[in-house]
Design a protein around this ligand. Structure first.
Ligand code: CP
Ligand code: NVA
Length: 304
């Protein structure tokens, strides 16, 4: 494993190694045991989009690993925002930093950064995928459910970055998966192709009540993602009914978990009642961003 660019780059062994290290680092932190795998190392944290969880969990995570993280705003502060090519930015940052995390729009920019920088690159979200979030989600599911085999995951909403990474991650981990998306908002074609490698384990449908039946974990995400704000009204209409609510949850298995990457829009993709009833799982998921990303950095840059 040289980078974390998208879930499908990982082998099953690499995925489980990340999850195991994430559990170990979580236990270390809870016990107050130092774990300085990045001692003396530096990580550039590039953001071309807003963030609460990703920015803070990476900054805190690098520090807890003994390294230095530098927050870089790609829109208002870096020369990328004024047109400097990503290839040139990559070749400069690769000479200063031991690794780079980037949140941006185009997946191709993340791939270029990896190609030209010469240091490990971690995808902190693109329009195409969000692998760091899905690693935290899988860590949370394993904590609450004890494992993945024989479990069913269901995603209700936009077939976007979260859906794309969840489909790959959950299938790779051993779960079955149902994606419930409107016809015009399906997951990426290459992700649907990837799912074909798991015969009988993947389903795509348009009815939340059909998809939720027998689920052990229900996921959703915002109807309007970052960068799509101009489509907000159109999307409100297209996604009406694509919501995790009591009625949908009643069709899932008893004890079904609810996961949301956050930020959440109560009354849109999830009701306030369901959100609050499952807040313990949702905020454990948010906490696990810290542990899962520390695991990725410790493996990529700390020899773990
Ligand atoms: N879930 C997530 O990535 O949150 P932020 O946008 O706050 O980083
Ligand atoms: N799909 C959302 C995820 C936010 C973490 C977005 O891209 O805005």
């Amino acid at each position: 494993m040289k980078h974390l660019l998208k879930m499908s780059d990982l082998t099953r062994e690499e995925l489980f190694h990340i999850l195991d290290v994430a559990d170990e680092l979580k236990a270390d932190r809870k016990a107050g045991r130092p774990h300085p795998y990045l001692a003396g190392k530096t990580v550039a944290l590039i953001f071309a989009k807003a963030s609460t969880r990703t920015r803070t969990s990476f900054e805190v995570g690098v520090y807890q690993l003994g390294g230095l993280g530098t927050y870089l705003n790609a829109t208002t502060e870096m020369q990328i925002g004024r047109g400097e090519p990503i290839q040139d930015t990559a070749r400069v940052l690769g000479r200063y930093y031991d690794g780079i995390m980037i949140r941006t729009f185009k997946q191709s920019d993340v791939e270029a950064l990896a190609q030209y920088s010469g240091v490990p690159v971690i995808n902190g979200l693109t329009d195409y995928c969000h692998p760091c979030q899905v690693l935290a989600d899988l860590q949370t599911i394993r904590e609450f459910k004890g494992g993945f085999e024989g479990r069913k995951a269901c995603f209700i909403g936009d077939g976007n970055n979260m859906a794309n990474s969840l489909i790959v991650g959950c299938l790779m981990a051993g779960m079955s998966f149902t994606a419930v998306c409107p016809e015009d908002y399906r997951p990426a074609a290459d992700v649907l192709d990837y799912a074909q490698k798991f015969p009988g384990k993947f389903q795509l449908c348009t009815d939340p009540k059909e998809g939720a039946v027998g689920a052990d974990v229900l996921f959703t995400d915002v109807w309007t993602s970052m960068g799509e704000e101009a489509e907000t009204e159109k999307r409100r209409k297209a996604f009406r009914g694509y919501q995790i609510n009591e009625e949908v949850l009643a069709l899932a298995n008893p004890g079904c978990m609810v996961q949301h990457c956050l930020p959440a829009h109560r009354g849109e993709e999830i009701t306030a009642e369901v959100f609050e009833a499952h807040a313990a799982e949702i905020f454990e998921e948010a906490e696990n961003r810290l542990h899962a990303q520390k695991a990725v950095m410790a493996i990529l840059m700390g020899g773990k």
